[in-house]
Design a protein. Structure first.
Length: 387
């Protein structure tokens, strides 16, 4: 068994690099369409630890999550364009938050229904998955660490977060043909799609620029400095037992810091691929989290998938009520829903299916989720804890 911290880090980096390379290689990337790379980045270290290749307990795991997670969040939020999101208009933004409210309410209801079968300890796990379904993987990992979600609770939630969003995305694409009938029944104001189309032209859905060594080095320096600053401030903040710890403050502060830095000249680091560097750090954190878990922890995943389906059912009900009140077209229902449950990877795809040329609307709503998902996940967790 490998227990040397340097060798453990080497194994984790090798796993991450191999998965990312395979997911981008022309011959193998199609195998990641069903089960995404982020799952394997978590699952393979879990297998390695469960079968004794690497130690399940090591100080290096805590160091990686404590220091590199805040750093990754700085870089992931750095390219956020708040002004572009606001230009989408009140209806689009309202539909996103109505969908997010549905996730939070669904998490509380689902936890109440399934608690006798799964146990009260899963309150934090429901918060973590709520963070993913109002934001994305980064938000889920942030809430996992902020609330100290036990590994045996987090592991099955990763399965839920892999299965349910893909089922939901398939369902949303399958019902695209109902769009004209829904808009007639709802008396939807389709004129707002013209405004969204104008904004879509102004915001092309493009990735960051080409990475350079100097750009990576500068991005890492900014990220580590921002994460360390958030740590220092977080440790000085007041604590509330079972609600706010020093690290919870750190995660919330670093999220706000990343947003503030997006208004500064440091935003130009995205030209050197700052967000890609951020994802590399985030995935490395995920390998460390996976290495602490056990294959035996995923045994309750099937039951929890049912709980996840209850959450998205409540989420869908909220969106239907919101669409009726706001006369929002089905396009916004689908885009807001996928921005919540799916995130930046799939929201543009669903938006494009519903209305060609409006992929960036789904992307912008998903980016909004990345901004607020951590806070909403913590809120959902605390509601479940009170229950």
């Amino acid at each position: 068994m490998i227990s040397n911290p340097v060798l453990i880090v080497a194994v984790l980096i090798s796993i991450e690099a191999l998965v990312l390379w395979l997911s981008r290689h022309e011959r193998t990337r199609r195998f990641f369409d069903l089960i995404p790379s982020v799952f394997w980045i978590y699952f393979l270290p879990m297998l390695a630890a469960s079968f004794g290749l690497i130690a399940t307990k090591s100080p290096v795991y805590g160091f990686i999550t404590s220091w590199l997670l805040p750093a990754s969040l700085v870089l992931l939020l750095l390219p956020v364009d708040i002004k572009a999101i606001l230009r989408l208009g009140p209806t689009a933004i309202a539909m996103f938050f109505i969908g997010a409210a549905g996730i939070i309410a669904g998490a509380a209801l689902s936890f109440s229904l399934f608690r006798p079968a799964i146990g009260a300890r899963f309150w934090s796990g429901f918060g973590a998955v709520s963070a993913s379904w109002t934001g994305g993987s980064a938000n889920m990992i942030a809430v996992k660490e902020a609330l100290s979600v036990p590994d045996e609770v987090f592991a099955p939630m990763v399965i839920v977060d892999t299965v349910v969003p893909y089922l939901w995305m398939g369902f949303m694409i399958a019902i695209v043909g109902l769009q004209p009938a829904f808009d007639r029944w709802n008396r939807s104001d389709r004129a707002m799609l013209d405004h969204l189309g104008e904004e879509a032209v102004q915001y092309p859905a493009t990735a960051g620029g080409r990475r350079t060594l100097s750009g990576i080095a500068l991005s890492l320096a900014v990220a580590l400095a921002g994460g360390a600053g958030a740590h220092l401030i977080g440790e000085q903040m007041p604590r509330i037992k079972d609600i706010l710890t020093g690290y919870t403050w750190t995660i919330m502060i670093v999220t706000l810091l990343g947003i503030l830095l997006s208004f500064s000249p440091l935003r130009r680091l995205e030209r050197s691929g700052a967000s890609r560097t951020g994802y590399d750090l985030l995935y490395f954190v995920l390998t460390a989290i996976g290495a602490k878990a056990s294959v035996a922890d995923i045994g309750s995943a099937l039951l929890l998938i049912g709980a996840g389906l209850v959450i998205v059912a409540v989420h869908a009900l909220f969106l239907l009520i919101g669409a009726r009140l706001l006369r929002a077209p089905m396009f916004l229902v689908a885009a807001a829903s996928q921005a919540n449950v799916g995130g930046v990877a799939s929201a543009p795809v669903v938006a494009e299916v519903y209305h060609p040329g409006l992929a960036s609307v789904g992307l912008l709503l998903a980016i909004l989720g990345n901004i607020v998902g951590t806070w909403l996940g913590i809120l959902a967790a605390q509601l479940c804890r009170l229950l």
